[in-house]
Ligand binder design. Structure first.
Ligand code: GZL
Length: 325
Protein backbone atom coordinates (compact mmCIF):
# COMPACT_ATOMS: atom_id res chain seq x y z
CA UNK A 1 0.00 0.00 0.00
CA UNK A 2 1.52 3.42 -1.00
CA UNK A 3 2.62 5.74 1.86
CA UNK A 4 0.18 8.53 0.78
CA UNK A 5 -2.76 6.16 0.53
CA UNK A 6 -2.07 4.51 3.88
CA UNK A 7 -1.65 7.87 5.66
CA UNK A 8 -4.94 9.07 4.19
CA UNK A 9 -6.60 5.82 5.23
CA UNK A 10 -5.30 6.05 8.80
CA UNK A 11 -6.41 9.69 8.93
CA UNK A 12 -9.87 8.74 7.70
CA UNK A 13 -10.13 5.91 10.22
CA UNK A 14 -9.07 8.24 13.05
CA UNK A 15 -11.61 10.91 12.01
CA UNK A 16 -14.34 8.28 11.65
CA UNK A 17 -13.45 6.87 15.04
CA UNK A 18 -13.73 10.28 16.69
CA UNK A 19 -17.06 11.06 15.00
CA UNK A 20 -18.58 7.66 15.75
CA UNK A 21 -17.15 7.53 19.27
CA UNK A 22 -15.51 4.20 18.49
CA UNK A 23 -14.14 4.38 21.99
CA UNK A 24 -17.39 2.87 23.25
CA UNK A 25 -20.67 4.58 24.12
CA UNK A 26 -20.01 8.21 24.95
CA UNK A 27 -16.28 7.52 24.65
CA UNK A 28 -15.88 8.20 28.36
CA UNK A 29 -14.83 4.58 28.72
CA UNK A 30 -16.79 4.18 31.88
CA UNK A 31 -14.25 6.31 33.84
CA UNK A 32 -14.01 10.11 33.93
CA UNK A 33 -10.22 10.32 33.96
CA UNK A 34 -9.89 9.46 30.26
CA UNK A 35 -8.18 6.13 31.05
CA UNK A 36 -9.08 3.24 28.73
CA UNK A 37 -11.53 0.87 30.39
CA UNK A 38 -11.53 -2.77 29.24
CA UNK A 39 -14.26 -5.25 30.02
CA UNK A 40 -12.64 -8.71 30.08
CA UNK A 41 -14.67 -11.94 30.24
CA UNK A 42 -12.44 -14.89 31.17
CA UNK A 43 -13.46 -18.53 30.56
CA UNK A 44 -12.89 -19.59 34.17
CA UNK A 45 -10.05 -21.01 36.29
CA UNK A 46 -10.11 -24.59 35.00
CA UNK A 47 -6.39 -25.15 34.39
CA UNK A 48 -2.87 -23.99 35.09
CA UNK A 49 -2.90 -22.41 31.65
CA UNK A 50 -5.98 -20.35 32.47
CA UNK A 51 -4.51 -19.15 35.76
CA UNK A 52 -1.34 -18.05 33.96
CA UNK A 53 -3.42 -16.35 31.27
CA UNK A 54 -5.44 -14.40 33.86
CA UNK A 55 -2.23 -13.29 35.61
CA UNK A 56 -0.79 -12.15 32.28
CA UNK A 57 -3.91 -10.12 31.43
CA UNK A 58 -4.21 -8.50 34.87
CA UNK A 59 -0.48 -7.62 35.04
CA UNK A 60 -0.40 -6.24 31.50
CA UNK A 61 -3.50 -4.08 32.11
CA UNK A 62 -1.87 -2.59 35.22
CA UNK A 63 1.39 -1.92 33.35
CA UNK A 64 -0.51 -0.40 30.41
CA UNK A 65 -2.55 1.89 32.68
CA UNK A 66 -5.76 0.25 31.46
CA UNK A 67 -8.69 -0.02 33.89
CA UNK A 68 -9.74 -3.71 33.84
CA UNK A 69 -13.26 -4.87 34.64
CA UNK A 70 -12.67 -8.65 34.99
CA UNK A 71 -15.33 -11.35 34.99
CA UNK A 72 -14.80 -15.13 35.55
CA UNK A 73 -17.49 -17.12 33.68
CA UNK A 74 -16.77 -20.43 35.44
CA UNK A 75 -16.76 -22.11 32.00
CA UNK A 76 -20.38 -21.09 31.30
CA UNK A 77 -21.30 -19.30 28.06
CA UNK A 78 -24.36 -17.67 29.65
CA UNK A 79 -22.09 -15.99 32.20
CA UNK A 80 -19.88 -14.60 29.44
CA UNK A 81 -22.93 -13.25 27.59
CA UNK A 82 -24.16 -11.60 30.79
CA UNK A 83 -20.73 -10.08 31.41
CA UNK A 84 -20.53 -8.66 27.89
CA UNK A 85 -24.00 -7.11 28.29
CA UNK A 86 -22.89 -5.53 31.56
CA UNK A 87 -19.77 -4.11 29.91
CA UNK A 88 -21.97 -2.56 27.19
CA UNK A 89 -24.20 -0.96 29.84
CA UNK A 90 -21.09 0.34 31.62
CA UNK A 91 -19.97 1.91 28.31
CA UNK A 92 -16.45 0.45 28.49
CA UNK A 93 -14.03 1.51 25.75
CA UNK A 94 -13.22 -2.02 24.60
CA UNK A 95 -14.37 -5.57 25.33
CA UNK A 96 -12.01 -8.56 25.24
CA UNK A 97 -12.99 -12.16 25.89
CA UNK A 98 -11.94 -15.77 25.45
CA UNK A 99 -15.09 -17.50 24.10
CA UNK A 100 -15.62 -20.71 26.07
CA UNK A 101 -17.21 -22.28 22.96
CA UNK A 102 -17.12 -21.32 19.26
CA UNK A 103 -20.86 -20.77 18.62
CA UNK A 104 -23.72 -18.61 19.91
CA UNK A 105 -22.11 -15.15 20.10
CA UNK A 106 -23.71 -13.16 17.24
CA UNK A 107 -26.59 -11.62 19.22
CA UNK A 108 -24.54 -10.23 22.09
CA UNK A 109 -21.67 -9.12 19.86
CA UNK A 110 -24.17 -7.24 17.64
CA UNK A 111 -25.28 -5.40 20.81
CA UNK A 112 -21.66 -4.39 21.45
CA UNK A 113 -21.28 -3.34 17.80
CA UNK A 114 -24.47 -1.24 17.96
CA UNK A 115 -23.09 0.43 21.08
CA UNK A 116 -19.90 1.16 19.07
CA UNK A 117 -17.75 -0.79 21.53
CA UNK A 118 -14.94 -2.68 19.75
CA UNK A 119 -14.44 -6.35 20.66
CA UNK A 120 -11.17 -8.30 20.72
CA UNK A 121 -11.15 -12.12 20.76
CA UNK A 122 -8.28 -13.46 22.85
CA UNK A 123 -7.10 -17.07 23.23
CA UNK A 124 -10.10 -18.75 21.58
CA UNK A 125 -12.04 -17.98 18.38
CA UNK A 126 -15.74 -17.96 17.42
CA UNK A 127 -17.27 -19.59 14.33
CA UNK A 128 -19.50 -16.66 13.30
CA UNK A 129 -19.25 -15.80 9.57
CA UNK A 130 -19.73 -12.13 10.51
CA UNK A 131 -16.14 -11.06 11.13
CA UNK A 132 -17.26 -7.44 11.59
CA UNK A 133 -18.32 -8.47 15.13
CA UNK A 134 -14.74 -8.30 16.36
CA UNK A 135 -11.66 -6.24 15.50
CA UNK A 136 -9.07 -9.02 15.80
CA UNK A 137 -8.39 -12.53 17.17
CA UNK A 138 -5.22 -12.91 19.23
CA UNK A 139 -4.30 -16.51 19.98
CA UNK A 140 -2.63 -19.76 18.98
CA UNK A 141 -3.15 -21.88 15.88
CA UNK A 142 -4.78 -24.88 17.57
CA UNK A 143 -4.89 -26.95 14.37
CA UNK A 144 -1.11 -26.55 14.07
CA UNK A 145 -0.76 -27.60 17.72
CA UNK A 146 -2.69 -30.81 16.97
CA UNK A 147 -0.54 -31.41 13.88
CA UNK A 148 2.67 -30.98 15.93
CA UNK A 149 1.39 -33.61 18.37
CA UNK A 150 0.60 -35.99 15.49
CA UNK A 151 3.96 -35.40 13.81
CA UNK A 152 5.84 -36.37 16.97
CA UNK A 153 3.80 -39.60 17.21
CA UNK A 154 4.46 -40.49 13.55
CA UNK A 155 8.20 -40.00 14.11
CA UNK A 156 8.10 -41.97 17.40
CA UNK A 157 6.62 -45.02 15.67
CA UNK A 158 8.48 -44.69 12.36
CA UNK A 159 9.37 -48.08 10.85
CA UNK A 160 7.03 -49.99 13.18
CA UNK A 161 3.97 -51.81 11.81
CA UNK A 162 2.13 -53.04 14.93
CA UNK A 163 -1.20 -51.32 15.66
CA UNK A 164 -0.91 -48.20 17.89
CA UNK A 165 -4.02 -47.78 20.06
CA UNK A 166 -4.62 -44.16 21.04
CA UNK A 167 -7.03 -42.69 23.58
CA UNK A 168 -7.80 -38.98 23.42
CA UNK A 169 -8.82 -36.63 26.23
CA UNK A 170 -10.51 -33.73 24.45
CA UNK A 171 -10.88 -30.21 25.82
CA UNK A 172 -14.19 -28.49 26.51
CA UNK A 173 -16.82 -29.73 24.05
CA UNK A 174 -17.47 -27.13 21.34
CA UNK A 175 -14.41 -25.04 22.16
CA UNK A 176 -12.00 -23.96 19.41
CA UNK A 177 -8.95 -25.62 21.03
CA UNK A 178 -10.80 -28.94 21.45
CA UNK A 179 -12.15 -28.97 17.89
CA UNK A 180 -8.93 -27.84 16.25
CA UNK A 181 -6.47 -29.91 18.30
CA UNK A 182 -8.59 -32.97 17.53
CA UNK A 183 -8.71 -32.16 13.80
CA UNK A 184 -5.01 -31.26 13.44
CA UNK A 185 -3.93 -34.49 15.17
CA UNK A 186 -6.36 -36.65 13.13
CA UNK A 187 -5.17 -35.00 9.90
CA UNK A 188 -1.58 -36.14 10.50
CA UNK A 189 -2.14 -39.67 11.85
CA UNK A 190 -4.67 -40.63 9.16
CA UNK A 191 -1.68 -41.11 6.80
CA UNK A 192 -0.80 -44.38 8.59
CA UNK A 193 -3.54 -46.98 9.35
CA UNK A 194 -1.54 -48.45 12.26
CA UNK A 195 -2.67 -45.43 14.31
CA UNK A 196 -6.14 -45.96 15.72
CA UNK A 197 -8.03 -43.65 18.10
CA UNK A 198 -9.93 -46.32 20.08
CA UNK A 199 -11.61 -43.82 22.46
CA UNK A 200 -12.07 -40.05 22.58
CA UNK A 201 -13.96 -38.10 25.26
CA UNK A 202 -13.92 -34.67 26.85
CA UNK A 203 -12.00 -34.22 30.06
CA UNK A 204 -13.15 -30.55 30.17
CA UNK A 205 -9.53 -29.33 30.38
CA UNK A 206 -9.43 -30.25 34.10
CA UNK A 207 -7.23 -32.70 36.07
CA UNK A 208 -10.18 -34.20 37.94
CA UNK A 209 -12.18 -35.00 34.82
CA UNK A 210 -9.07 -36.13 32.97
CA UNK A 211 -8.37 -38.66 35.73
CA UNK A 212 -12.00 -39.86 35.80
CA UNK A 213 -12.19 -40.39 32.03
CA UNK A 214 -8.77 -42.07 31.90
CA UNK A 215 -9.94 -44.51 34.59
CA UNK A 216 -12.85 -45.42 32.33
CA UNK A 217 -10.56 -45.74 29.29
CA UNK A 218 -8.26 -48.10 31.22
CA UNK A 219 -11.21 -50.29 32.28
CA UNK A 220 -12.53 -50.48 28.71
CA UNK A 221 -9.23 -50.94 26.84
CA UNK A 222 -6.49 -53.33 28.03
CA UNK A 223 -4.10 -52.38 25.23
CA UNK A 224 -3.70 -48.59 25.25
CA UNK A 225 -0.37 -47.48 23.74
CA UNK A 226 -0.77 -43.69 23.63
CA UNK A 227 -2.71 -40.92 25.37
CA UNK A 228 -3.20 -37.63 23.51
CA UNK A 229 -4.53 -35.05 25.99
CA UNK A 230 -5.55 -31.59 24.74
CA UNK A 231 -3.93 -29.96 27.76
CA UNK A 232 -1.37 -30.72 30.49
CA UNK A 233 -3.95 -30.69 33.28
CA UNK A 234 -5.96 -33.58 31.82
CA UNK A 235 -2.70 -35.40 31.13
CA UNK A 236 -1.64 -34.97 34.76
CA UNK A 237 -4.98 -36.31 35.97
CA UNK A 238 -4.61 -39.26 33.59
CA UNK A 239 -1.12 -40.00 34.99
CA UNK A 240 -2.71 -40.53 38.41
CA UNK A 241 -5.18 -43.03 36.89
CA UNK A 242 -2.45 -44.82 34.92
CA UNK A 243 -0.26 -45.21 38.02
CA UNK A 244 -3.23 -46.38 40.09
CA UNK A 245 -3.79 -49.06 37.44
CA UNK A 246 -0.21 -50.28 37.98
CA UNK A 247 1.12 -48.97 34.65
CA UNK A 248 4.08 -46.64 34.01
CA UNK A 249 3.07 -43.32 32.37
CA UNK A 250 5.54 -42.34 29.64
CA UNK A 251 6.67 -45.97 29.30
CA UNK A 252 3.68 -48.39 29.17
CA UNK A 253 1.50 -45.59 27.83
CA UNK A 254 3.18 -42.76 25.94
CA UNK A 255 1.63 -39.35 26.67
CA UNK A 256 1.41 -36.24 24.50
CA UNK A 257 -0.12 -33.05 25.90
CA UNK A 258 -0.53 -29.36 24.96
CA UNK A 259 0.21 -26.17 26.96
CA UNK A 260 3.66 -26.59 28.63
CA UNK A 261 2.69 -25.18 32.04
CA UNK A 262 5.14 -25.80 34.89
CA UNK A 263 3.51 -28.98 36.28
CA UNK A 264 3.29 -30.46 32.79
CA UNK A 265 6.93 -29.58 32.08
CA UNK A 266 7.98 -31.21 35.38
CA UNK A 267 6.16 -34.43 34.43
CA UNK A 268 7.87 -34.23 31.01
CA UNK A 269 11.28 -33.80 32.66
CA UNK A 270 10.46 -36.77 34.92
CA UNK A 271 9.62 -38.95 31.88
CA UNK A 272 5.91 -39.36 32.77
CA UNK A 273 4.91 -37.29 29.71
CA UNK A 274 6.81 -37.84 26.44
CA UNK A 275 6.11 -34.68 24.43
CA UNK A 276 4.43 -31.31 25.00
CA UNK A 277 3.24 -28.82 22.40
CA UNK A 278 3.45 -25.30 23.83
CA UNK A 279 0.42 -23.01 23.88
CA UNK A 280 1.43 -19.68 25.38
CA UNK A 281 -0.97 -18.09 27.93
CA UNK A 282 1.15 -14.91 28.09
CA UNK A 283 -1.22 -12.91 25.87
CA UNK A 284 -1.60 -9.91 28.18
CA UNK A 285 0.95 -7.47 26.71
CA UNK A 286 -0.13 -8.08 23.09
CA UNK A 287 -3.79 -7.75 24.14
CA UNK A 288 -3.24 -4.36 25.77
CA UNK A 289 -1.26 -3.07 22.76
CA UNK A 290 -4.11 -4.14 20.47
CA UNK A 291 -6.70 -2.55 22.79
CA UNK A 292 -4.91 0.82 22.73
CA UNK A 293 -4.73 0.72 18.92
CA UNK A 294 -8.37 -0.31 18.55
CA UNK A 295 -9.65 2.38 20.94
CA UNK A 296 -7.54 4.97 19.10
CA UNK A 297 -9.26 3.87 15.89
CA UNK A 298 -6.07 2.50 14.37
CA UNK A 299 -6.38 -0.50 12.06
CA UNK A 300 -5.10 -3.82 13.45
CA UNK A 301 -4.54 -7.21 11.76
CA UNK A 302 -7.67 -9.41 11.82
CA UNK A 303 -5.54 -12.27 13.13
CA UNK A 304 -2.57 -12.03 15.53
CA UNK A 305 -0.76 -15.33 16.10
CA UNK A 306 1.18 -16.15 19.28
CA UNK A 307 4.73 -17.53 19.17
CA UNK A 308 5.15 -21.03 20.61
CA UNK A 309 7.31 -24.14 20.34
CA UNK A 310 7.44 -27.82 21.42
CA UNK A 311 9.32 -29.65 24.18
CA UNK A 312 10.93 -33.08 24.60
CA UNK A 313 11.99 -34.31 28.04
CA UNK A 314 15.56 -33.02 27.65
CA UNK A 315 14.31 -29.61 26.45
CA UNK A 316 11.94 -29.42 29.43
CA UNK A 317 14.79 -30.02 31.89
CA UNK A 318 16.71 -27.13 30.29
CA UNK A 319 13.68 -24.79 30.11
CA UNK A 320 12.19 -25.39 33.57
CA UNK A 321 14.44 -23.02 35.60
CA UNK A 322 13.43 -20.05 33.40
CA UNK A 323 9.78 -21.01 33.02
CA UNK A 324 7.47 -18.03 33.81
CA UNK A 325 4.35 -20.17 34.35
C1 GZL B 1 -5.83 -22.69 24.81
C2 GZL B 1 -6.76 -22.54 26.00
C3 GZL B 1 -6.99 -23.85 26.65
C4 GZL B 1 -5.72 -24.47 27.26
C5 GZL B 1 -6.31 -25.15 28.45
O1 GZL B 1 -5.54 -21.45 24.25
O2 GZL B 1 -8.00 -21.99 25.58
O3 GZL B 1 -7.91 -23.67 27.73
O4 GZL B 1 -5.05 -25.33 26.40
C6 GZL B 1 -7.27 -24.09 28.95
O5 GZL B 1 -5.39 -25.53 29.44
O6 GZL B 1 -8.15 -24.59 29.89
Amino acid sequence: MSKTWSAALVGAVLVAATLTGCGGGDGAGGTDDGKITMGFSQVGAESGWRTANTTSVRTAAQEAGIELKFSDAQQKQENQIKAIRTFVQQKVDVIAFSPVVESGWDTVLKEAKNAKIPVILTDRAIDSPDTSLYQTFLGSDFVLEGKKAGEWLVKEYEGKSDPVNIVELQGTTGSAPANDRRDGFAEVIKADPKFKVVASQTGEFTRAKGKEVMEAFLKAHADIDVLYAHNDDMGLGAIEAIEAAGKKPGVDIKIITVDAVRDGMQALADGKINFIVECSPLLGPQLMDLAKKVVAGESVPKRVLTEETVFTSEQAKAALPERKY
